[in-house]
Design a protein around this ligand. Structure first.
Ligand SMILES: [Zn+2]
Length: 266
């Protein structure tokens, strides 16, 4: 099995190199390779085409589903061109995850479709929920390729309820939020958080398990494949449970030939 990691502006938050070494160790005989996304090196007209399609996946309102074929404004395309060439960072923009996954799917090499392709991006993305008619932020989407958002790991899983209650109070009183974050320090991931690389390893393994078994998730709250909806759950599954994978998933890794100690983190 071959795993290819793509760095799409994510290296500011996670050490992609370290994640690749981790995967190689867990997967035994797998070959792990890191690539920068080819986007910045495309010809000018292709950059324009991708910038336009990425701009078209931008979500305007959280409760309004974007439709395919929506035409972005020239300024939005310019912004994406700068983003692709690395001249700006995508802050405050949310993209439709499935559309974004489709666009990234076009840039991965067609001959390598039996490999696991994982794109680490700092773009924040969301998917539409038909039930309550709004977008929900996501940490990751698994498929060909799988996409994992470093900003999503920070923004998507909910913070402790108490944090939101106090945040409202702080905002009403015009108090500085840094102080509030200090009070909750450690209980959720934040930008520049040194734990992000370790956490991202578990999400990369979810992508690998998606390829191995067709299912990236596990019911065990202590297993790195647990689908966390709260920051506390994420931190427990990825950092604090005392083991990496449950018995069943450890067995799968043993079959593919990786070194996977059950009861300690590496
Ligand atoms: Zn498991």
């Amino acid at each position: 099995m071959k795993v290819i990691l793509y760095d799409e502006g994510a290296s500011g938050e996670v050490a992609v190199e370290e994640i690749s070494r981790y995967l190689a160790r867990k997967m035994g005989r797998a070959e792990v390779e890191i690539k920068a996304t080819p986007l910045p090196n495309l010809a000018e007209d292709k950059i324009f085409r991708y910038a336009a399609s990425i701009a078209a996946t931008k979500i305007g309102q959280i409760d309004k589903k974007i439709v395919s074929g929506h035409v972005p404004l020239p300024g939005e395309i310019e912004y994406e061109k700068r983003r692709i060439s690395g001249r700006t960072k995508a802050f405050g923009v949310i993209y439709d995850g499935f559309y974004l996954q489709g666009i990234f799917g076009e840039i991965i090499p067609q001959e390598g479709l039996d490999s696991v392709h994982i794109i680490f991006t700092n773009r924040l993305f969301a998917t539409w929920d038909e039930g309550n008619k709004r977008y929900h932020l996501r940490t990751s989407l698994y498929g060909i390729p799988s996409i994992i958002s470093t900003s999503g790991l920070i923004e998507a899983p909910a913070k402790p309820r108490q944090y939101y209650l106090l945040k409202q109070q702080y905002e009403r009183l015009g108090r500085d939020l840094t102080e509030l974050k200090e009070r909750f320090k450690g209980s959720f991931l934040d930008y520049g958080d040194r734990r992000l690389t370790e956490v991202a390893k578990g999400y990369a393994m979810q992508a690998v398990f998606y390829s191995l078994l067709g299912d990236p998730f596990c019911q065990d709250k202590g297993c790195r494949l647990y689908n966390a909806h709260w920051q506390e759950e994420l931190i427990f599954a990825q950092l604090e449970s005392g083991y990496e994978f449950c018995r069943q998933h450890t067995k799968v890794l043993e079959r593919v030939g990786g070194d996977s100690p059950v009861f300690h983190h590496t």
